[in-house]
Design a protein around this ligand. Structure first.
Ligand SMILES: O=P(O)(O)OC[C@H]1O[C@H](O)[C@H](O)[C@@H](O)[C@@H]1O
Length: 505
């Protein structure tokens, strides 16, 4: 009979706790066990988890937990398009956008990609007149992915300027359109549901801006990216410019679908295909590698060890690469919206911490701001560093060397610490970190990196027994905001009513 999850968690909690330095000293094979290279479309990605407290015993215990929680079976179901999002009775088929999944889903995704590529070409060829700017309007999963990927990969692109507008605050739209010529702007309205208030309000204002800018037929410059094509059509968007994607692709997993249209515009169709190919290479790794060498799963073991056995309430991600500066905010949605849950898949209480809080920043900036707490604060924070071996900028290579040495020095310092007679100057050390080193920040590597995080989030969820694919927690606030907009203010608590009154609403 398989051991119960509670018994395994108990064993994990009771596992002896040698320091990281002791772990390295006692096992000459530690690096080989926990640091792995994965080949991705002709480049290499290095995942070094050796500065975490995982050891052979813990990996074995987590392997038992994986068995008890049916991780392999759940992964196979997920990757074959079964309805694993049980609370919403649907599959989760973002891997089909990259080419992995049920044959019909893969085929359908390929056809939709074909259609999107044709629209990109049509814009390139001037079918819409001279287009120079793309105004992408969307929020949450319909914004964060495109924003990150464009910021990371399209800095030198001379194709189109893209602005991503999410916030309902008019300042966001105002800032974005300030640089754009209405006559030369294509507006992409990105919304899976095509009902999101912020997005539709921004879209209406963008139409107004086009009209006021002298565009006679603003609707002729609109494109919709959505899983609800009928709603987009009702809204007035021409069917030829609606790029649909499957309902079974979740919002925070949708950058691979037509939500990635502005990426394809800025990067070109080939670049967008390479981005998806990189993700597919990671899908294949996740689908086949044994747990002890399966990087998304091994990383999830470490995540769970810190959150469950060591009481860590947060985890910090630092991109030592300016091009990846938006990665922490992308991961905040991916990890916290997926795994910030209070119940298991069957609705019973999750009697343990769910996802830690993801936060982070950019190196080296963050070293001069928040690293004090990481080195000497009383919170234990597992840290993750992401860097790339090669730079792309034109300045002296000393910049990149300094960036990488700083990155590696921080990991070493967190682990080794430093003794001192003076308590103020003592570094306790034994603080964990993981490092991911890409060859370069290119479409395939970034695709693989984001797929790695998706699968790690999935593995965390399966090992806890929760559903990472719904997000009911975001609904209540929307409902209350709506009832406020509808002026039902009498129903609110005294504090809220007083705020409404003070703001003159
Ligand atoms: O793409 P949309 O349907 O407009 O949704 C945009 C976002 O809003 C919701 O509230 C969810 O929390 C997100 O997961 C989603 O990505």
């Amino acid at each position: 009979m398989p051991t119960s999850a509670d018994a395994i968690w108990q064993s994990i909690a009771e596992t002896p706790r040698p320091t990281l330095t002791q772990l390295f000293a006692s096992d000459p094979d530690r690096l080989a066990m926990l640091s792995h290279r994965i080949a991705i479309c002709g480049t290499d990605m290095l995942f070094d988890l050796s500065k975490t407290h995982l050891d052979a015993g813990l990996v074995e215990l987590f392997g038992e937990l994986a068995q008890t929680m049916h991780l392999a079976g759940m992964r196979d179901q997920f990757l074959s398009g079964a309805k694993i999002n049980t609370s919403e009775d649907r599959a989760s088929e973002h891997p089909a956008e990259r080419g992995m999944g049920a044959a019909d889903a893969v085929e359908q995704a390929a056809a939709l990609h074909h259609r999107m590529a044709a629209l990109v070409e049509a814009v390139d060829e001037g079918t819409f007149g001279e287009i120079k700017h793309i105004l992408h309007i969307g929020i949450g999963g319909s914004a964060l992915g495109p924003k990150l990927v464009i910021d990371a990969l399209c800095r030198d692109s001379d194709r189109y300027d893209v602005a991503v507008v999410a916030n309902v605050d008019g300042e966001a739209l105002s800032e974005a359109v300030a640089k754009f010529d209405p006559a030369k702007t294509l507006v992409a309205i990105a919304s899976k549901t095509f009902t999101t208030t912020e997005t539709l309000m921004n879209a209406n204002s963008a139409i107004e801006w086009l009209r006021e800018g002298g565009v006679d037929d603003p609707f002729g410059q609109l494109v919709a990216l959505t899983a609800a094509p009928d709603k987009a059509a009702e809204w007035g968007i021409d069917e030829t410019r609606i790029l649909p994607f499957a309902e079974s692709v979740g919002g925070r997993y949708s950058v691979w679908s037509s939500i990635g249209f502005p990426v394809a515009m800025a990067l070109g169709n080939e670049g967008f295909a390479a981005f998806r190919a990189g993700a597919l290479a990671m899908d294949e790794h996740f689908a086949t590698a044994p747990w002890e060498r399966n990087m998304p799963v091994l990383a999830a073991f470490a995540d769970l060890y810190y959150a469950q056995a060591r009481g860590c309430q947060t985890r910090a991600v630092f991109a030592y690469d300016e091009r990846l500066r938006l990665l922490p905010s992308y991961l905040q949605q991916l990890e916290m919206e997926s795994n910030g849950k209070q119940v298991m898949r069957d609705g019973t209480a999750l009697n343990r911490p769910s996802a830690p809080i993801t936060w982070g920043g950019v190196g080296t900036d963050a070293q001069h701001a928040v690293f004090q707490l990481l080195h000497q604060g009383t919170h234990l924070v597992p840290v993750e560093f992401i860097a790339a071996r090669l730079a792309a900028h034109e300045f002296d290579e000393a910049h990149h060397q300094a960036l990488l040495t700083n990155c590696f020095a921080q990991g070493a310092a967190l682990m080794q610490g430093k003794a001192s007679e003076d308590p103020q100057r003592t570094y306790p050390g034994d603080r964990p970190s993981a490092t991911i080193l890409l060859d370069s920040v290119d479409p395939a590597s970034l695709g693989a990196l984001l797929a790695f995080y998706e699968h790690r989030t999935f593995a965390n969820a399966m090992l806890l027994g929760i559903n990472p694919f719904d997000q009911f927690g975001v609904e209540l606030g929307k409902e209350i905001a709506k009832s406020m907009d509808d002026r039902q203010s009498g129903e609110f608590d005294p504090s809220t009513s007083a705020l409404i009154e003070a703001a003159g609403l």
